[in-house]
Design a protein around this ligand. Structure first.
Ligand SMILES: [Zn+2]
Length: 402
């Protein structure tokens, strides 16, 4: 996730994240936990993570993702999209056509980054020095975000093999996310108005399967009913899922899908790239748009040490530095991210175009999430009824860090 703006919001986020707590929701083993299918799926997920990590620098990671699509039988479905004038990285798009008109996006970025002064300089040039600057990176970009790519690819392979799928699934693997959401911003800007109308849902996956914290669905940007749906699905599967919250200024590739316009586009450029945001770029040529987005990330990524790391430009945090390595991935949680999203899509896919009330802001149960700060004091009320009789856990107020 892109993180330059942290320095400005560090104090606020630090105060918020200091209050973050989590109670694991369940220690139940999911049905079929030891099944061969699950083990094979987990192996494939870990192989994808390792492949992306082994790609080295960001252009190499893109090539590694392409190779992995071939291995997973997705090669014929892949197209590439140029991101911009400042980078060799391209968006990779796996298109899996369905019978319904609607499009469901699954989004994950493959690029990685370290927080350091060189990255700051590169980002001021919209990431133009990334290939050079990445020589200084100690991060393997395993958690952030080979895990998201792995889950997205695995979902693509599953969806391709489902003859009953209804929506068109578009798996968007972006580059340049760490340089200011460059890939997703261009992608959204290049969509036609007719195509934007067809988008039913955008699922963004950024940093899942962490060893240090469970997966979270991000509240506030995700419609309330979908948060509830995700929690109840996880509960039914006997899997862990928390609720996270994004501090102001922390973002990921869901942002341009959620709200976009020329003014927002310009604002994002200034926020992530400073004066570099004033350099003309392809993503400027966009129409206004709003959409339904869902984000999955590890809970509590915006820890105090992570925020401090960003503030002082020294990469000692859990991500964006040498601590982000493959051995910090929890295979079980990685599989759970895949399984929960797969189950959500399965339910959506079988309901057809008319039956998607659960992705609307006012869902079947009709409750609203408390607003930002109210959520902190009223977390038990928010989650009551979602826990199958258990005492509701405190809500997370941490979120993805970039
Ligand atoms: Zn990320």
């Amino acid at each position: 996730m892109s993180r330059r703006f942290w320095r400005k919001i560090g104090a606020v986020a630090l105060a918020l994240s200091a209050g973050c707590v989590h109670t694991p929701r369940s220690n139940l083993q999911p049905a079929g936990a030891d099944s061969g299918a699950e083990a094979a799926r987990t192996r494939s997920l870990l192989q994808s993570v390792q492949s992306v990590v082994s790609g080295g620098r960001n252009y190499g990671r893109m090539k590694a993702v392409l190779k992995r699509t071939e291995e997973l039988g997705l090669g014929d479905a892949v197209t590439q999209q140029r991101i911009g004038w400042f980078t060799r990285q391209r968006n990779l798009i796996v298109e899996i056509p369905g019978t319904a008109d609607e499009i469901v996006y699954i989004v994950a970025h493959y690029d990685k980054v370290d927080v350091n002064p060189f990255t700051l300089a590169s980002n001021t040039l919209n990431g133009a020095l990334d290939e050079l600057v990445s020589l200084t990176y100690g991060s393997h970009g395993a958690l952030d975000n080979a895990t998201g790519v792995a889950v997205a690819l695995e979902l693509a392979a599953t969806l391709l093999s489902d003859p009953n799928r209804r929506p068109t699934y578009r798996i968007l693997l972006t580059g340049g996310e760490e340089a200011g959401l460059q890939g997703s911003r261009v992608h959204v800007a290049k969509l036609s108005a007719a195509e934007k109308k067809r988008i039913a849902l955008v699922i963004n996956i950024d940093c899942v399967g962490a060893a240090f914290k469970p997966n979270c669905v991000t509240a506030h940007i995700t419609p309330d009913a979908f948060v509830q749906k995700a929690l109840s699905t996880a509960n039914r599967l006997g899997m862990e899922l928390g609720v996270g919250w994004l501090p102001f200024g922390v973002s990921s590739d869901f942002a341009p899908f959620r709200k976009n316009s020329f003014a927002r586009e310009l604002g994002r450029g200034l926020m992530f790239n400073g004066l570099g945001g004033l350099l003309p770029k392809r993503s400027w040529f966009t129409s206004s748009h709003t959409g339904t987005v869902v984000n999955f990330s590890a809970c509590d990524l915006a820890s105090p040490s992570q925020l401090l790391s960003t503030a002082v430009l020294i990469p000692f945090g859990r991500i964006h530095g040498p601590r982000d390595r493959s051995n910090r991935i929890n295979p079980r949680r990685l599989y759970e991210a895949y399984a929960i999203i797969r189950e959500l899509l399965r339910e959506k896919g079988t309901q057809g175009t008319e039956g998607h009330a659960w992705i609307e802001p006012h869902g079947p149960l009709g409750y609203r999430l408390p607003k930002r700060h109210a959520a902190q004091s009223d977390s038990s009320g928010m989650l009551r009824g979602l826990q199958s009789g258990r005492t509701a856990p405190p809500i997370f107020l941490a979120g993805p860090v970039d």
